[in-house]
Write a protein that binds this ligand. Sequence first.
Ligand SMILES: [Zn+2]
Length: 502
Amino acid sequence: MFTYTIGLEIHVQLKTKSKMFCRCSNDGENQPANTTICPVCMGHPGTLPVINEQAIRWGVKTALALNCTINEISKFDRKNYFYPDLPKGYQISQYDKPIGIMGHVDITIPDGGMRTTARIGITRLHMEEDAAKLLHAPEAGASLVDFNRSSTPLMEIVTEPDFVSPAEAKVFLQDLRLLTRYLDVSHADMEKGHLRCDANVSINVTSDDGITTQSPISEIKNLNSFRAVERALEYEGNRLWEEWQGGGDVRTRNYKITVGWDDDKQETVLQRWKEEAHDYRYFPEPDIPPLHFTHEYITTVKSEIPELPNQKKERFCRDFGITPEDARILVEDKELAAFFENTASELDAWLCSMDSCDDAFKTRTYKLLAGWVINKLGGLLAVTETRIEQCTVSPADMAKLIALIAEEQVNSTTAQKVLEAMIQNGIDPLTMIQEQGLEQIQDTGLIASACQKAVEANPDAAANFKNGKENAIMFLVGQVMRELKGKGQPELVKDELKKLLG
Ligand SMILES: [Zn+2]
């Protein structure tokens, strides 16, 4: 058996209007190749970089949201290496004075994990510029360079090796994507490369006499989906373990290897195995003066941080009594969470006006709302691939519908039909129910006679139920509901039928 030790290095592309050190559009990924470029981001001699203030501010904002300490003085450095995607021959990055250091994030790991919560240390957050994009065209025997991405602002976030399973690494990354979206600093779309991840993994093996040895690290480069992160880490952990058991090189070598992830074959591929002393000859970027962050600046940026996903999740559970799972689903989508909350506050007005409204009824209503927003409304919107912000249903109308369901004025089948109409033509639920006479039948006499009729018309089903076939009653309930034009309350109908047949 073995255990994992995992650390992540994540690049997050900021969605600023312009690039990191020039005024070129930062929307190069949607433009023809080599059109959002200028002499600065092409690295022409004699040009000077000018810092993008917004990018720095967003870097500080993210570092604060990750509970980092902001370095009072932060500076840029040149990282020297030669590659065709790097026109200057160096990348402007940060070496010993990054923007933020020593942060942490708390994560919750879903079922089946070795632990349910974990605090993950953030080693550092620094800013740097992206390199150009290389497009390999083997049929032409050439590689092409698109400089649009050159000098796009990136945050690099490095974690401590605090993850003990691939699932934890995936959860962290998903949380980070959500966090940067809440902070409104990145689109954080992994498929588009806005969020890229390198993972360092090693395994710990405990011998029979209780001595634990840690294997050398494998660095997995450029993982570009959450699934790939989890799969690649699992694969590499198991591969190291097999190599260990076979008495392989992993037992003796003392340097790390670099591997890539082949998504088609679902396996890691060795890229570099010899010990390579990277000498980037970092030195301070002479063209950019150091940054001084004043206490006042940091306080101001801190005040711009909105309520973060974890805080929102906790508040939803606390204030509305909904389940952590429902809270998680709502919070995953900022707009959906806002819709839920606005509808809940509309419902509040209604709940407060009721004579007899206890806490239990309130909680039941909020839970009902969460279920309807997530499953019913969410389900209907998913069919047409409509986002909640494009949906015509207002929180006020949604609240009316939920109130009608909570008061048992309509049953759930009718409510579903009403919701569909609300989505299609923005109809007011009260008007629709009154005009079309959809209110639930409360008249017990009416229900009793419909039940009687159904039992008489379906003697076989009635007999089956009497003989112990519990399911037979559902057929009879269906018959009664048809008789009542779908306006009966299924529970009442069922009770009445049982009374008749009992
Ligand atoms: Zn430029």
